[in-house]
Design a protein around this ligand. Structure first.
Ligand code: FAD
Length: 428
């Protein structure tokens, strides 16, 4: 605890990876933390079964030059990565318009320049946390591999490599031999690949396992987790939240942190805040690995990202997680069997003997996405409200860094990275 900073009562709304990491860092900084969570346990919503990548090297906004044209193509493909279900919700249109406006070269570079330092810082904070706590989450530190099936993808990969070089992110462009060296289980496929981009400092791990372990650690350190409760109201007086209303009781705290993932927008609306966080739906399957003793030769060692389908395949200890896709379809969480079939098709194409796909467990989750891909971290015009939300495609990658930055901001300390463009103010 910084002796300059008085201990405060802090309520965190949401026990996903972002809320739990916030709880851990704030409790460790000497505050009295209470986490309020709708579900009966931590990491039951979007942090439940994501693709498992901790990938600063792959940190980039989805809004990129060329994406509007590619999107038209993807929408027509059976196994394309994108679906849009237009609705009468004005926010859907507004959000898509803002996202399209971010598809320029300048906006892409500006947004990437905000995302990469946070993601790299986050990976380094995770390393530190691992060293300090010994937390186990089926983590691996073997990098990630983005594979290209077409020359045009490799050209884009080269352009990305140039950007990474400028930002000082370690990376390797690989030919077929390099691909097989990095991921021997791709040997049977190498002839069909034209190259790959490897990010050796990226990591992998099970986000749900991590979040639940870290919640226990925070609890042991004194944080209170109240599961099965819904935050229903946040009354404001004189520019300050006066209480957190649950069913039948009102809690009080010095500071409130909104880390409610896709529900952050609705909770923000209670306070008159317009948080541009849209639920972009994704899917995953989790496949038990074949018990042949030869998993190393038939399953990936780490994450393989298939650029054609935008699908990531990540190795956990005895499981393969296959995740991806983007559906702009509101808050609907019905599992579409066609999307599951695409995930199985890619898993079978790349790692046909890794596991029994009939045993795959399907899942869908809603990414809390901002139009510029960057999370919203920092203060608001409501004096005791802090935001840590909108992590979109990279919440697992950015959680530790975001929580650390938030803790510094709440303590009045200067964060170790530039946070001036991470706040809600960038949306005016
Ligand atoms: C298919 C898929 C693949 C992905 N792959 C990756 C990846 O490989 N790497 C990566 O970095 N990221 C990945 N992501 C993104 C990552 O999973 C998310 O960014 C992250 O989980 C968001 O965490 P969160 O804590 O903000 O939200 P959540 O995990 O959704 O947590 C928010 C919590 O707030 C609670 N809550 C909401 N409203 C209330 C209320 N009123 N009262 C009480 N509780 C409330 C919810 O119940 C929920 O538990 C992926 C996402 C998807 C969908």
């Amino acid at each position: 605890m910084n002796p300059r900073v008085a201990s405060m009562q802090i309520i965190i709304i949401g026990a996903g990876v972002v809320g739990v990491t916030s709880a851990y860092y704030l409790q460790r900084a000497g505050h009295q933390v209470t986490v309020l969570e709708h579900h009966p346990a931590a990491a039951q919503e979007t942090s439940f079964a994501n693709a498992g990548q901790i990938s600063p090297g792959y940190a980039a906004p989805w809004a990129a030059p060329g994406v509007p044209l590619k999107a038209i193509k993807w929408l027509a493909q059976t196994h394309g990565p994108l679906r849009v279900r237009p609705s009468s919700d004005a926010f859907q249109w507004e959000w898509m318009a803002k996202m399209l406006a971010n598809c320029t070269v300048e906006a892409y570079q500006r947004n990437k320049n905000r995302m990469v330092p946070l993601a790299e810082y986050s990976r380094d904070q995770l390393k530190l946390l691992r060293a300090q706590t010994g937390i186990q989450y089926e983590g691996r530190t073997l990098g990630t591999l983005q594979i290209f099936r077409k020359a045009a993808q490799l050209d884009n990969g080269r352009r990305d490599a140039d950007l990474l070089a400028k930002m000082g992110v370690v990376h390797e462009l690989l030919d077929r031999d390099g691909i097989v060296k990095a991921e021997p289980a791709l040997a049977h496929k190498a002839a069909e690949l034209v190259g790959a981009l490897r990010l050796p400092n990226d990591e992998t791990g099970d986000c749900q396992l991590f979040t639940r372990q870290l919640a226990s650690m925070a609890e042991q350190a004194g944080a209170v987790f109240r599961y099965g409760v819904d935050v229903l109201g946040l009354p404001v007086k004189n520019g300050q939240i006066t209480g957190v209303q649950l069913s039948g009781e009102t809690l009080h705290a010095d500071q409130i942190v909104l880390a409610a993932g896709c529900a952050s927008r609705q909770l923000g609306q209670l306070l008159g805040l317009d948080l541009p966080v849209y639920p972009v739906k994704g899917y995953s399957i989790t496949v038990p690995l074949a018990q042949t003793g030869a998993a190393a030769e038939v399953a990936p060692r780490s994450t393989v990202m298939d650029e054609t389908y935008k699908i990531a395949l990540t190795r956990f200890d005895q499981r393969l997680r296959v995740g991806g896709m983007a559906e702009v379809a509101g808050y609907d969480k019905v599992i579409d069997p066609k999307r599951v079939a695409t995930l199985k098709m890619v898993a079978n194409d790349l790692f046909p003997h890794a596991g029994d796909l009939t045993q795959a467990t399907p899942w869908t989750g809603l990414r809390p996405m901002t139009p510029d891909g960057t999370p919203i971290i920092g203060t608001t015009r409501i004096r005791n409200l802090w935001l840590n939300t909108g992590h979109g495609t990279l919440g697992w990658t950015m959680a530790c860094g975001s929580a650390r930055v938030l803790t510094d901001l709440i303590n009045g300390d200067r964060p170790e990275i530039d946070t001036s463009a991470l706040g809600l103010a960038r949306y005016g």
